[in-house]
Structures are given as C-alpha cells and as structure tokens.
Design a protein around this ligand. Structure first.
Ligand SMILES: [Zn+2]
Length: 85
C-alpha cells in the first residue's frame, strides 16, 4: 500500500513538472530561430517583363495571361494569343 502511495506521488510530481514546463513562457519562445533574419515580404516581390513591350514591373502590378505577363490590359489585348481567356 505504501508503494502505491509513493508511485502516485511520483506520478503527480512528473505530471506537475511536465505541465509546469509546458506553460512556461520562456520555452514557448525558444523554438524560434534567432540567427535567421526575416526579410519583409513586400520588398521581395518578383519582377516580370511584359511579353509585348518588354518593360519590367512588379508581379503584383502585372496583368497575367496564359501567354505570360503584361504591363497593362491594353498590351494583353493586342498581343496575339493572350486574349483567349
Ligand atoms: Zn507592355
């Protein structure tokens, strides 16, 4: 009977130790790597060239089509094969 009490006490200590470690804020911040710099996503936008006139512009401002990227809707419409969308 004394063995069961000791076993229960041991399990309670282990459970408390694991639970206490889990809610510790320092352990939650530890997995984040500190040596890797995080570049802002807005400055790493890819540049694409207009298929029609060749001007380079950010991908977010370009007009996409099955034929490629265009600088404007007008160039997409006048380019052969691009307006079939
Ligand atoms: Zn263009």
């Amino acid at each position: 009977m004394k063995f069961l009490l000791l076993l229960g006490l041991f399990l309670a200590v282990v459970w408390l130790a694991r639970g206490g470690r889990r809610i510790h804020p320092r352990d939650d911040a530890r997995p984040r790597p500190t040596g890797v710099p995080q570049a802002p996503a807005s400055t790493t936008e890819e540049m694409v060239a207009c298929v029609h006139c060749g001007v380079h512009l950010p991908e977010g401002e370009a007009v996409g089509s099955p034929a490629g990227w265009f600088c404007s809707v007008e160039h997409r419409d006048v380019h052969p094969g691009a307006q079939s969308r």
